[in-house]
Design a protein around this ligand. Structure first.
Ligand SMILES: NC(=O)C1=CN([C@@H]2O[C@H](COP(=O)(O)OP(=O)(O)OC[C@H]3O[C@@H](n4cnc5c(N)ncnc54)[C@H](O)[C@@H]3O)[C@@H](O)[C@H]2O)C=CC1
Ligand SMILES: CC(C)CC(=O)C(=O)O
Ligand SMILES: [Mg+2]
Length: 371
C-alpha cells in the first residue's frame, strides 16, 4: 500500500518521539512491502517562530493532501507563562482539528503485565483494565466564545453542543462497543450542565438503536473516582471534549505512564494520530521521553487503513520492549534507555528479533545497562 503521511512533529519532545514512530513505520514498510512517504510541516510554537501563525496555510494544505497525519505535540512555556499572548501554539492544534473535522478522538487504555507488577496502584484493581475513551474533539468549551473584559476582571468561555455533534460521535462509540464488551458509559455533568442534559437525552435515544449495548451514565466527578477505584468496569467511555481530555490523562496512570497512551482523531475525510501527552518541555532535547505513545499512534494509523497485521507487529514489538525493560525512565527507574534506543529496539525487533538490537549495541541479552 502507498500512503502519504503528513508529519507534524511540533514542539518540545514532539520531534524526538515522532522520529521513533517514523523509524517504526519505515521498518513496517520494509517488512511488508509498503511505501510510506512523509511530508514534514510546521505547527505550534515552531510555526509561530517561523511564520507568526501556529497553523500556516501550507501546513493545512499538506494535511489535506495527505492520507493521514502523524502529529507530535505542541506547546512551549514561553507562551504558557505569558497568558496575554494572543497567538498561542495550541491554536495550531485546535484549528487543525476543526478545519479537518476530526470530531472523534479515540484513546485506548490497556495494561501490560510487567507494568502492573511495578505499579503503585493496587495490582488486583488495575489488572485486566481495557477500555477506550471516545472524546468529542471539535466542539464544547474549547471551541465556544472566549471573552475577557477590558478591565481584566472578568472572563468567560462558553460551552455549546448541538445534537448533530453529539450524534455522530455517539454512533461511533456504540459501534465500537458492539465489537468490544458491549458496554457504553456516558460521562457527563447532567446534574449541573444543560449541555450534559442534551448529551444524556440524545445518547439515551441513540442507545435504543443499539439494544445489544448496556448503556450506563456517570457524573464526571464520580467517573474520575471510579477510574482509579475500579477501572475494569469500563469498556467504552463516551464523553465531551473537556471531560475526555482530563479523564484520559488521569487514566494513563493505570497504564503506567502518559507516555504510553496513543490516540486517533477521526473525521469524515481524514484522520490524525497523536500521543495524548503534550510537549513535555522539561524533557526537550534530552532523549528521555517515552516514544511509545507516538509509536502506538502509528499502529492506530495502520489499523485505520486496515493494515491490522502490520499494526499488530508494532504492538508486539512494544510489548516486547516493555517486557525486556527497554524503556525510558518514566517506566523504568533503574535501567534507563533513551528515546532513540527504544525506537531502535522496536524497528530492529520488527525486522528481525531482539538479539539484533543487543548485538548492534553490544549488550549481553537481558543485561541491565544504561546506554
Ligand atoms: N496534544 C498536544 O499537543 C498537547 C499539548 N500540550 C501542551 O504541552 C505543554 C506541556 O503541558 P503539560 O501540562 O506539562 O503536559 P505534558 O503532557 O506535556 O507533560 C505532563 C507530564 O507528563 C509526563 N510526560 C508527558 N509526555 C511524556 C512522555 N512522552 N514520556 C514520559 N513522560 C511524559 C511528564 O512527567 C510531564 O511532566 C503545554 O504547552 C501544553 O499546552 C498539553 C497537552 C496536549
Ligand atoms: C490543546 C489541548 C486541548 C490539547 C490537549 O490537551 C489534548 O488534546 O489532550
Ligand atoms: Mg490533554
Amino acid at each position: 500500500m502507498e500512503l502519504k503521511i503528513a508529519l507534524l512533529s511540533g514542539d518540545g519532545i514532539g520531534p524526538e518521539v515522532t522520529q521513533q514512530a517514523v523509524k517504526v513505520l519505515d521498518a513496517i514498510a520494509e517488512k511488508h512491502g509498503h511505501t510510506f512517504t512523509f511530508t514534514k510541516a510546521d505547527v505550534g510554537a515552531i510555526a509561530i517562530e517561523k511564520t507568526g501563525n501556529p497553523l500556516p496555510n501550507e501546513t493545512l494544505e499538506i494535511c489535506k493532501n495527505s492520507d493521514a497525519i502523524l502529529f507530535g505535540a505542541i506547546g512551549d512555556p514561553k507562551y504558557d507563562n505569558n497568558p496575554d499572548n494572543a497567538i498561542r501554539p495550541e491554536q495550531g492544534l485546535l484549528k487543525l482539528r476543526k478545519n479537518l473535522g476530526l470530531f472523534a478522538n479515540i484513546r485506548p487504555l490497556t495494561t501490560y503485565p510487567t507494568l502492573i507488577h511495578k505499579s503503585n496502584l493496587k495490582k488486583d484493581v488495575i489488572k485486566g483494565t481495557d477500555f477506550v475513551i471516545y472524546r468529542e474533539l471539535t466542539s464544547g468549551i474549547y471551541f465556544g466564545e472566549h471573552t475577557s473584559s477590558s478591565d481584566g476582571k472578568t472572563a468567560s468561555d462558553s460551552c455549546t453542543y448541538t445534537t448533530e455533534q453529539i450524534d455522530r460521535i455517539s454512533h461511533l462509540a456504540f459501534k465500537a462497543a458492539q465489537v468490544r464488551r458491549k458496554k457504553l458509559t456516558l460521562v457527563d455533568k447532567a446534574n449541573a450542565l444543560e449541555t450534559s442534559r442534551l448529551w444524556r437525552k440524545r445518547v439515551t435515544e441513540i442507545g435504543q438503536q443499539y439494544p445489544d449495548i448496556k448503556l450506563e451514565y456517570l457524573f464526571v466527578d464520580n467517573a474520575a473516582m471510579q477510574l482509579i477505584l475500579k477501572p475494569t468496569q469500563f469498556d467504552v467511555i463516551l464523553t465531551e471534549n473537556l471531560f475526555g481530555d482530563i479523564l484520559s490523562d488521569e487514566a494513563s496512570v493505570i497504564a503506567g505512564s502518559i507516555g504510553l497512551l496513543a490516540s486517533a482523531s477521526i473525521g469524515e475525510k481524514t484522520a490524525l494520530f497523536e500521543p495524548i501527552h503534550g510537549s513535555y518541555p522539561d524533557a526537550k532535547g534530552k532523549n528521555i521521553a517515552n516514544p511509545l505513545a507516538s509509536v502506538l499512534s502509528a499502529a492506530m494509523l495502520l489499523d485505520y487503513f486496515s493494515l491490522h497485521d502490520e499494526a499488530e507487529d508494532i504492538r508486539i514489538a512494544v510489548e516486547k520492549s516493555i517486557e525486556l525493560n527497554i524503556s525510558t525512565p518514566d517506566l523504568n527507574s533503574t535501567n534507563h534507555f533513551s528515546t532513540t534506543n527504544v525506537g531502535n529496539f522496536l524497528s530492529d525487533f520488527i525486522l528481525d528479533d531482539e538479539n539484533t538490537f543487543y548485538n548492534k549495541n553490544n549488550i549481553d541479552l537481558g543485561q541491565s545497562t544504561i546506554i
